[in-house]
Design a protein around this ligand. Structure first.
Ligand SMILES: O=C(O)c1cc(=O)[nH]c(=O)n1[C@@H]1O[C@H](COP(=O)(O)O)[C@@H](O)[C@H]1O
Length: 228
């Protein structure tokens, strides 16, 4: 079983996978990534916006992950990557009682013309929240803007890592990516609940040059598990 599904807090991950699958987040077919690369699977986290109970499960799980990682590392401020991660960052700012910070893609041509909105000062350590990480490029753009303003970023948190190099690209810039779910875990789950065939798995792994080749067999069903 992929390690993320056997860790102490894995019940929350398995429940999240059940709800994400039921709500159509994992789309199989022919899609194209932001980079233009063809992909037989698309992770559409925006589907979760329509399901408040799912948003709550995801954000509580993210909150626990953030609190565990940041225990010894005080930070102030949660940055959301526009646009899809903003709802998660907003909810997490409420759960953790941390200020919400937004980094715009382009500065407004009117008003304050600021690129960074919210309580953010030079020297401040923040964390960033993203929905799906592929190459990590979107995150690196935000990190560059923050660092130009002397804001400290060492840890970023995502709901889903597609295992396509983002973690390494971020590590090269001195940033650790922490993910709730990843492609290996999701594919193992989809196969276990008969939503993915071996052929589809092989196509995904080959097309995306994923760093694993074997389909992990896991014993899970649709039944939601009780969370402590
Ligand atoms: O377009 C994508 O690459 C992509 C694939 C996918 O399965 N899910 C998904 O949400 N995306 C988008 O890809 C962005 C991150 O790509 P990177 O900047 O390459 O890490 C996300 O913010 C999404 O807009």
């Amino acid at each position: 079983m992929p390690s993320t599904l056997v860790e102490a807090d894995s019940v929350v991950r398995r429940n999240a996978l059940r709800l994400l699958t039921q709500h159509g987040v994992f789309k199989l077919g022919e899609f194209f990534l932001k980079s233009g690369q063809r992909t037989p699977i698309y992770i559409d986290m925006r589907e979760a916006f329509g399901h408040p109970a799912l948003m709550s499960v995801l954000c509580k799980a993210m909150q626990h992950m953030i609190e565990r990682v940041q225990k010894e590392k005080p930070y102030r401020g949660i940055v959301g990557v526009p646009y899809a991660a903003l709802p998660y960052a907003t909810i997490l700012s409420q759960y953790t009682l941390q200020p919400l910070i937004i980094v715009r893609k382009e500065a407004k041509s009117y008003g304050t013309k600021k690129l960074i909105e919210g309580a953010c000062e030079p020297g401040q350590r923040v964390i960033i929240v993203e929905d799906v990480v592929v190459s990590g490029e979107s995150l690196l753009e935000v990190i560059t803007t923050l660092r130009k303003n002397d804001v400290v970023v060492e840890d970023v948190f995502c709901l889903f890592d597609r295992d396509q190099g983002g973690k390494k690209n971020l590590a090269d810039e001195g940033v650790t990516l922490h993910s709730l779910l990843n492609m290996e875990t999701a594919l193992a789950f989809l196969y276990a609940v008969d939503r993915l065939t071996q052929e589809q798995f092989d196509d995904i792994v080959t097309s995306l040059h994923l760093p694993f080749k074997e389909l992990t067999k896991i014993d899970v069903n649709w039944e939601m598990e009780e969370q402590q």
